[in-house]
Design a protein around this ligand. Structure first.
Ligand SMILES: [Zn+2]
Length: 204
């Protein structure tokens, strides 16, 4: 091969490699952002908290705790927004907490609904509230598993949390019953999460 030809081939390869790298990065970022639907507090019409939440005392959070809300599930955004308002009212007015207890809730519509959000201490899993992200699936999962849309949403939310330094990369995933005497997150959901990445038998 002549030197000129060689130069052209090498340059073309280099440009193509750069192009591929850029396209690959954009594709990953775009599909990721398009896929993760976090409905903000403003969007679902949350009440203002009675007082601001404390920050987690360990960040990124070393634990992810899975809950179910019990009660009816929802599979449209409109229905899930109503559920969010009801659950927030219950936590603030009946339990007398200053805000909805979970960091995030997930509907069977596949949307994620912002609760206290990232980096905040929740009211969902004594004694793990200051070192965990509490994620609750809306519905009752004692005798059925949640719709795949909700399961996929949680997996994306956790991946986002790990990528953005909100959740430790070697986090432990637990069901609420592993931290407190409760049936939460329901027998069928609890059986299911044992096959999820990072589920850990021992809470500590
Ligand atoms: Zn729970």
């Amino acid at each position: 091969m002549s030197q000129v030809k060689m130069y052209i081939v090498t340059t073309t390869t280099l440009i193509f490699t750069i192009y591929l790298t850029i396209v690959a990065q954009e594709t990953t970022t775009d599909s990721f952002v398009d896929d993760l639907h976090i409905i903000t507090r403003e969007e679902w019409g949350a009440r203002a908290p009675k007082s601001p939440a404390d920050n987690l005392s360990i960040k990124p959070a070393p634990y992810v705790i899975i809950h179910h809300s019990t009660g009816s599930s929802c599979n449209t955004k409109v229905a899930c927004q109503l559920k969010m308002k009801g659950i927030q009212n219950y936590h603030m007015d009946n339990k007398n907490w200053f805000d909805i207890g979970y960091n995030f809730m997930v509907g069977e519509d596949g949307n994620i609904y912002e609760g206290r959000g990232w980096g905040k201490k929740g009211a969902h899993s004594i004694p793990f509230n200051n070192k965990s992200i509490g994620i609750c699936i809306i519905g009752d999962y004692r005798s059925r598993t949640p719709h795949v849309a909700a399961v996929e949403a949680i997996s994306k939310l956790i991946a986002y949390g790990v990528d953005n330094n909100e959740i430790k990369s070697d986090y432990k995933l637990l069901g609420h019953r592993q931290t407190w005497s409760t049936n939460c997150p329901g027998d069928d959901l609890y059986a299911m999460i044992q096959s999820w990445p990072h589920w850990t038998k021992k809470a500590k």
